[in-house]
Design a protein around this ligand. Structure first.
Ligand code: AMP
Length: 657
């Protein structure tokens, strides 16, 4: 018998499991099992009834490296069930590789299981890029017929870790949470985004099986085409994708037959749209950012739904002025029938239904749900148009000065009279311009919600201009110092800033891009408390010796690890050290690391292994993370990918979601 506290159960239900044949002499068989997913394990039992349940096995989710849909490599007779089934696999490494082949009984359920497990494993470090979609049969792989067991997989994984924030697969998890009008509907099967119910494919789905699939996307934001060859987008309208071979700009056709390029991060595949079609859904926004957003709106009953910090769950954040202005957070729970509820008396088949219900009845909430913040900012595009990185400087209107730094003055600007940009006017002789211009072509393609987007350069005139996304609140360092009073009492917000920066850095690390000058002064703050990393990789093109050599007066000594001080050896691990110092800056609200110590004294301390002291307003758990970043040997420091997971776990441990 096993009793798992229902609060820890993310998903449970029947599936058919193929025996793993860990012992060579047992025959392959398929058995119906009751599966329970928690944050740490996927456990299977022989019986649904909790009282009689006997555990038959479990997978430690930390060890999982692959979760993919599998091929249907066996018949109904072999499996011993009638009707359709939908295979997927979960592979993990425990001394050697094992694969659990599971059959969901509905297509919808397979998607739900895959994405729920991926959500839990989102921070695993050992994720694979290739897999075998069918099992090893003792002599060869059933899929590719390769007869070497240890060969790499024959099919590319769909990249569930590539971009946690925007991964279509993660978002499609919300597919099953689709809309229905009436909360009291008696229909128990969830509705698919296309309108059909699982197991009863819609006409369109049937069609899909016989003809090549046509990709239809829905616009999440308005987009105004400015450059010829681009196409405007209207929020909520559908577009047919003609060419999605480039990552950031897709060629699409609108309903009137017009064809052009659009930014791919402004649309979502119709079938994967899920909750993203709703104004109230804010995706990965943290508790702290949702509070700032709702307080800023200051409207009774204003609400958002966001991904909970516990993977696979959702939280409703609701603003009320009674008895005083504050934000309440409610977990959206699911019962064993898969229904969603905020209070057990009112269960609904989907989250949109539940929201709709509570728009009319407070049903135990602090207020009825009334409005949600509108006009939320659209994301930056990778470049100002398809394949564009050279910007005509006559098209830039230069406005007020935002600040000045290492390279010269930065001014706010408008591109073609409409688009806000920041323009860095490079002091002549400060950087190797030709090399940078070449690199800029590549850098415009780096895109992440926590990186300041490089739009392009004006390189035809001197001084050259670097044109980037405009960030309303300027540098993080100034922001911390200016808002010390309000920020220092809100450790959650400070930790959230660190997590955001870590996410941006994890993306850079994955792209093999080293920042070389990560510090609070090189991060920027935008609307809704969003924090982004700026100036990544720029340090490589600086010509000033005082900045580039570790003995120079402008060299960021206080952010440098021993191997940089000793051998100028930069790597993602030297960025990690700097990130630890940046965390320290955040938790001291912008103090200068090592106070007034001279550079030579700092070097002396770092070489001796003396680290920065714990900031006063900082949990021990957070300081422990900083200390990991300051391991003397680079190989003992974590990666950003790993750090991101640790920080999220720390925030779950010390903060309430
Ligand atoms: P930097 O040369 O990058 O150190 O920038 C100097 C100052 O200009 C910063 O401290 C910010 O206050 C401001 N700044 C730079 N880039 C931006 C931007 N993209 N948006 C808003 N302000 C910026």
């Amino acid at each position: 018998m096993s009793i798992i506290d229902s609060r820890f159960i993310i998903k449970q239900g029947y599936m058919v499991k193929r025996s793993q044949n860990k012992r060579v002499y047992t025959l392959v068989n398929f058995k119906k099992r009751w599966f329970v997913l928690t944050r740490r394990h996927l456990i299977y039992y022989d019986d649904e009834n909790e009282a009689k349940r006997k555990e038959k096995g479990r997978v430690d989710l930390d060890r999982v490296h692959t979760i993919e849909a599998a091929e249907r490599f066996f018949s109904n007779e072999e499996v011993g069930i009638e009707g359709d089934f939908y295979p997927f696999l979960v592979s993990y490494h425990h001394d050697e590789d094992y694969t659990l082949f599971l059959l969901a009984l509905r297509d919808f359920d397979r998607i739900y299981w895959i994405l729920a497990i991926r959500n839990v494993c989102a921070h695993n470090a050992n994720v694979r890029s290739y897999f075998h979609p069918a099992p090893w049969n003792g002599r060869k792989w059933t899929c590719c017929k390769n007869n070497t067991k240890l060969t790499d997989g024959c099919r590319e994984c769909d990249g569930w870790l590539s971009s946690q924030e925007s991964s279509p697969s993660k978002d499609s998890f919300k597919e099953n949470l689709s809309n229905k009008e009436n909360c009291n509907s008696t229909q128990s099967s969830p509705i698919m985004p296309g309108g059909g119910t699982p197991g009863t494919p819609s006409a369109k789905q049937k069609d899909k099986q016989s003809t090549p699939r046509q990709k239809v996307v829905v616009a999440l934001y308005n987009y105004k085409a400015i450059e010829t060859g681009d196409l405007s987008l209207e929020k909520n309208m559908e577009y047919e994708v003609i060419d999605d071979s480039q990552e950031h700009w897709w060629k699409v056709r609108d309903s009137k037959g017009n064809i052009g390029f659009i930014p791919s991060n402004y649309v979502k595949e119709k079938e994967l749209l899920g909750l993203q079609q709703y104004e109230w859904y804010v995706n990965d926004m943290s508790r702290q950012r949702s509070e700032s957003l709702l307080k800023h709106e200051d409207k009774e009953g204003c609400f958002v739904v966001r991904n909970s910090s516990t993977k696979g769950l959702y939280t409703l954040s609701l603003y009320t002025k009674v008895p005083h202005p504050h934000v309440k957070h409610y977990h959206i729970k699911q019962n064993s029938r898969g229904e969603f509820f905020l209070s057990e008396k009112h269960c609904c088949n989907s989250i949109p239904e539940l929201i709709n219900y509570h728009k009319h009845n407070s049903g135990g909430l602090a207020s009825r749900l009334k409005t949600s913040p509108c006009d939320r900012p659209a994301p930056a595009t990778a470049g100002l148009s398809h394949d564009k990185w050279e910007i005509d400087h006559n098209e830039l209107m230069l406005l007020e000065e935002l600040g000045s730094g290492q390279f010269g003055v930065v001014r706010r600007g408008k591109w073609r009279g409409t688009k806000d940009v920041a323009v860095k006017m490079m002091k002549e002789g400060t950087m190797s311009e030709d090399d940078f211009i070449e690199e800029a072509k590549v850098m415009t393609k780096l895109q992440h919600p926590n990186l300041v987007q490089l739009y392009g350069v004006c390189s035809k005139n001197r001084p050259i201009f670097i044109v980037t996304e405009y960030m309303r609140h300027g540098s993080l360092l100034n922001y911390l110092r200016k808002n010390e009073q309000s920020l220092c009492t809100n450790q959650g917000l400070l930790l959230d800033m660190c997590i955001q920066i870590c996410k941006g850095m994890a993306y850079l690390e994955k792209q093999n891009c080293i920042h070389r000058d990560l510090a609070a002064r090189n991060c920027l703050v935008g609307t809704e408390n969003i924090v982004k990393v700026a100036d990544f990789g720029l340090a490589r093109y600086v010509l000033d010796d005082q900045y580039t050599s570790s003995g120079g007066s402008k060299f960021p000594i206080k952010w440098a690890p021993p191997e940089v001080l000793n051998y100028t050896r930069f790597s993602s691990k030297s960025d990690i050290w700097a990130y630890g110092v940046l965390m320290w800056e955040v938790f001291t609200c912008g103090k200068m690391p090592y106070g007034r110590l001279k550079n030579s004294e700092v070097v002396d301390r770092v070489q001796k292994g003396i680290i920065l002291e714990k900031p006063k307003a900082c949990f021990k758990e957070v300081y422990d993370v900083m200390k990991k970043c300051w391991s003397h040997l680079p190989e003992n420091r974590p990666s950003f990918q790993l750090l991101k997971g640790t920080l999220i776990k720390v925030s779950q441990g010390i903060l309430v979601d």
